[in-house]
Design a protein around this ligand. Sequence first.
Ligand code: SF4
Ligand code: MG
Length: 331
Amino acid sequence: MSTVLDIENLSIDVKTKKQNFNIIKGIDLKIGKKMKYGIVGESGSGKSLTSLAIMNLLPDVLNISEGSITLKTENEKDLTALTKRQMQHVRGNEISMIFQEPMTALDPLYTIEHQLLEVLRFHTKLSKKEMRDLGLEMLEKVGISRGKEIFKSYPHQLSGGMRQRVMIAMALICKPKLLIADEPTTALDVTIQAQILDLMNDLSETNDTSILMITHDLGVILETCERVAVMYAGQVVEETTVRELFKNPKHPYTQGLLESIKTLGDRGKSLYSIPGNVPTPPQYQEMGCRFATRCPYAMDICKTKEPDMIEVEHDHKSKCWLHVEEDAVHE
Ligand code: SF4
Ligand code: MG
C-alpha cells in the first residue's frame, strides 16, 4: 500500500530559558493511502501534540528536535522543513483537521457561509457562484439539507452535532489527502457520535481521504480504524492492525486499556481503570520504561533501561522488556 504520511523518529522537546526536556520521543508512523489510522492514549500521552506537529501548529516553546514528517502527495515534502507560508498551502488543502469542540474552531462573529467558503477563497480560484454551489453540495453531503438557511446562521445558532457536521464539511471541501480528527465526537451524545463517525467513514471512502483518528477511546478506534498506535507518555508503545490489537494485545499498557473497555458497567462507565497517572515529562526523563510506575509486571531493568520497539509477531510491534529473552534481560 502506498503511504500518504510518513513520520520517522519524531521527537519534540520543550525549550525555554528555564527548562529543556523531552516530551515526545521516537515516533514512527506510516499512514497508507485511504487508510484509517488511530492513535489512542490517555490525556498527557502526547497524541494531540503529535497531530499539532503534523499541522505545524506546535506552540513556540515546543520544537521538533529530531525526525521528519513526510507528506507523500504529488510532490513529496518534509513538513518539518516548510516555512509558515508554505505550510498555509498544505493546511486545509492537502491536510485538514477537525477538533473536539467545534465552537472553539468556528469564529462566532462570522456566518457559516463565510467560514465554509473561506478555505475555497484561499486555496482555489473558483468564482463566487462556484464556491457557493460547492459549499451547498458539501453541506448536503454531511447531511445538512437546509443548506441555504444554515449558510446565514452563526455558530451559536447550531447544535453541537450540526457544528461538527459543518466542521467536517469545511475540512473536506478541498478534498484533502489526510484528515486529522482529534477527539471529533467526544463532546457529542452517543447517537450523534455514531452518525458523525459513519459520515467521516463514508466521506473518506468517496474522496480517497486517509484519516488519522486521535482519541482516548479504544471503542472509537475499533469502530473506525484499520491500524492503531498506542501512545503512552510521549512514546508509541504498541503498533499493529486494530484486529490484531484487540485479539492479541502484547504491551501491558494496552492490556490494561482493553481490560477497562471490557468491564463496562450498566451505565456504560468503565469499572476498571489502570491505577495511577501518566507521568509528566519532567518525571519521565529519568525513567527506563515510562510505564514502569503503573505496570503490574515491572522488573528491575524496567526502572533504569528503556526497552526497544520489537516486532513481536508479523506486522505487530511492542515496546516492552517482557518480549526480550530472559537471559538478555538479566545479563
Ligand atoms: Fe512493564 Fe517493564 Fe514492559 Fe514497561 S518494560 S511495560 S514496566 S514489563
Ligand atoms: Mg488531546
